[in-house]
Design a protein around this ligand. Structure first.
Ligand code: WTA
Length: 650
């Protein structure tokens, strides 16, 4: 499994990097011992209207729980990402846009970004949006998505981006939860040559809203130019509205702890949580980690392939790069359209220097062999990155040897929606690489491995990954449910933040993330709660009960395996399996579609009625030799039936 080979830092990297080995060790100590001084000095990387004098104010104790950074500082995120660069890089490209269709590309300079953001901010103001209001964004990967995020930030509105692949139901739930009065969408998106009916989905979502959550306005950006119905008094065409406003809009002064955005993510129970990030700490962390981990210099072309609907897109397509004066590339399409050379051709076309993607994409492309990669030059690249799930050593080596021609370091970056930015990663000038390991924590990130009882484990060992101290980019609350925030992350191991991940530490102190230890599955680098998929399945008329687990999947990392108990009298057919897959796609979105469905006349339950997921996971993994003790089950014979009828794809 693990590959012991070490890829040492090259002399050239050690010489060029922002942080070499010694600087890294010194920063680790300084962040630990004198945090106020360390982070206080570094906070000057942002432009403050009022610089902070109080740096860190954190307690993870229940009685005194608080997480605050730079709390008396005042700043604006749009100013930091745009205005402050205008004097030196107004004509530099801020966003390169590569369309789904390879013949379509474009972009914005910093000066154009400024104009567009101001205009959209003015349109939002005219629509009645004020500081603190929530605005839901449901957009394709086009520059207008970044413009909309920054326009909200400019006027102090809180954006909630919903990934364009989510269904109307999912969108509706997210709008209700944060009470958005305004939705920004586009007529349609394009992905792999297919049209995504974004505006139609918004219409469907808004029809489902409970009356008290009525959305007042929908701002519609024309992207494909499709002829879509507009609803009078509610829908506003952006093109016309932006003509009617000026292209100057002052930046709203924001306290460092004022909310910047909400982003919904799946947890182990219940509906998705609205992860809340704030203005100062989040922007600081996105900017600091983008510079450090990617060893970024202003003006370099940086490409993060994530959609802005995920946190990776927030921090490393938009906020981190733009805060650092980067040229960031936004790609609307998919890796295999029109064919599997697309990523590499885009790198050559736009002379990309840093490329940051997910292992699932690499594994899918790897299947097609080296030829599509070798047909391109990739000479502009100087660094590769990986994010979202553990990268298996085989994929790591292919990335390194084939994509990187054996000459580029790979930064395998571990982090979460909750962490705001990267927490564990090699630094290209400081950390020797081991394929499959996210290596070591960044300065200020204090990791521990604990057992189920919370006993701290020392040395080379596996355990649950916790973080014992705060970092500026940490989430501040679950929107509307501060209690849930505390219970989810700080109750399991008092005084510590629990990540939900399992992890191994080796003899060299390197960390190897082994995956989630809760009921969250990671499908193609996207988080999905088993409870969400189960709730969707039981909404179907024919389904009595469902239990969902993850199982190893060659391309996706983990696939979704559903055990379904049908209502009495319903016939278990293959057509019904297909119908259930379609049903889940409709309820949540395509990313939640089960990869396998197994009919389960009964589910393994304890006498108190709790489903024994451990057993279901083993069966799904086809590891039926080690099911462990089944004697505590109410009806152990259920397990024999499930093992006998283990299934493949629907
Ligand atoms: C997993 C994505 C191993 C992990 C940024 C985490 C990883 C979850 C890595 C967060 C990595 C992310 N190696 N596992 N480099 N990066 N993960 O919130 O299980 O979508 O808890 O944030 O992805 O997923 P999220």
């Amino acid at each position: 499994m693990s590959d012991p080979t070490l890829y040492p830092v090259s002399d050239a990297w050690a010489a060029r990097a922002h942080m070499d080995r010694n600087a890294y060790e010194a920063a680790r100590i300084a962040a630990r011992e004198t945090p106020d001084h360390f982070w206080g000095d570094l906070s000057a990387r942002l432009d403050w209207m009022t610089p902070p004098t109080t740096i860190k104010n954190v307690s993870y104790d229940k009685a005194d729980f608080r997480i605050r950074w730079f709390e008396d500082g005042v700043l604006n995120v749009a100013w930091n990402c745009i205005d402050r660069h205008l004097a030196t890089r107004g004509d530099q490209c801020a966003i390169i846009w590569e369309g789904d269709d390879p013949s379509v590309s474009g972009g914005l300079t910093y000066a154009e970004l400024h104009r567009d953001v101001c205009r959209m901010a003015n349109v939002l103001k005219d629509m009645g949006v004020v500081k603190g209001d929530r605005v839901t964004l449901y957009l394709p990967m086009i520059p207008a998505a970044a413009v909309a995020m920054l326009a909200c930030a400019r006027i102090g509105a809180v954006h909630s981006v919903v990934f364009g692949g989510f269904s109307p139901d999912s969108l509706c739930g997210r709008i209700e939860d944060c009470g958005s009065k305004v939705v920004i969408t586009a007529d349609e998106g394009l992905r792999g040559g297919k049209r995504v009916p974004l505006k139609a989905n918004v219409d469907a979502a808004l029809e489902k809203l409970a009356p008290e959550y009525r959305v007042q306005k929908v701002l519609v950006i024309a992207h494909t130019g499709a002829d879509i119905p507009m609803i009078a008094d509610r829908d506003i065409a952006y093109a016309a509205a932006s003509e009617a406003v000026g292209d100057d809009c002052p930046c709203e002064p924001m306290n460092a702890e004022d909310p910047l955005f909400i982003l919904y993510t799946s947890g182990s129970t219940g509906k998705p949580k609205g992860v809340l990030h704030t203005t100062g700490g989040y922007l600081f962390w996105a900017s600091y980690t983008h510079e450090l981990v990617f060893d970024y210099r202003p003006g370099e072309v940086f490409w993060c392939t994530a959609d802005v609907g995920w946190v990776t897109g927030h921090s490393y397509c938009v906020y981190g790069p733009l805060a650092n004066g980067a040229t960031t590339l936004m790609f609307e399409g998919v890796p295999n359209y029109p064919d599997n050379r697309r990523f590499w051709q885009v790198i050559d076309k736009h002379k990309v220097e840093v490329f940051y993607t997910a292992p699932t994409a690499l594994r899918a492309l790897m299947r097609d062999g080296d030829e599509p990669v070798k047909a391109t030059s990739r000479a502009s690249l100087r660094l590769l990155g990986s994010v979202g799930e553990p990268i298996n050593p085989e994929a790591w080596r292919w990335y390194h040897e084939v994509v990187g021609d054996g000459r580029l370091p790979i930064v395998d970056t571990w982090w979460q929606t909750e962490t705001g930015g990267i927490l564990v990663s090699p630094l290209p000038g400081a950390t020797d690489l081991k394929p499959g390991s996210a290596t070591k924590p960044l300065p200020g990130v204090e990791l521990e491995l604990v057992d189920a009882e919370g006993v701290v484990l020392e040395g080379a060992v596996s355990g649950n990954l916790v973080i014992t101290d705060s970092w500026p980019g940490q989430m501040r609350t679950v929107w509307g449910d501060h209690q849930r925030f505390f219970e989810t992350y700080f109750a399991a191991y008092p005084g510590k933040y629990f990540t939900g991940d399992g992890c191994r530490r080796d003899e060299d102190g390197y960390y190897w993330i082994t995956g989630r230890v809760d009921d969250v599955i990671n499908v193609s680098g996207h988080r999905m709660g088993t409870a969400e998929v189960e709730s969707a399945l039981v909404l179907h008329d024919d389904v009595a009960e469902a239990a969902v687990v993850g199982f190893p999947h060659d391309i996706k990392g983990q696939g979704i395996y559903a055990y379904v108990t049908l209502n009495a009298g319903v016939e278990a057919t293959d057509d019904l399996k297909k119908a259930l897959v379609t049903h889940v796609r409709k309820e949540i979105g395509p990313i939640a579609a089960p990869d396998a469905i197994q009919w389960a006349p009964g589910l393994p339950k304890t006498r108190s009625g709790k489903i024994m997921r451990r057993i279901l996971r083993k069966i799904a993994e086809n590891d039926v030799g080690s099911l462990g003790d089944t004697s505590t089950l109410a009806d152990p014979s259920v397990v024999d039936d499930l093992v006998r009828n283990r299934t493949g794809a629907p």
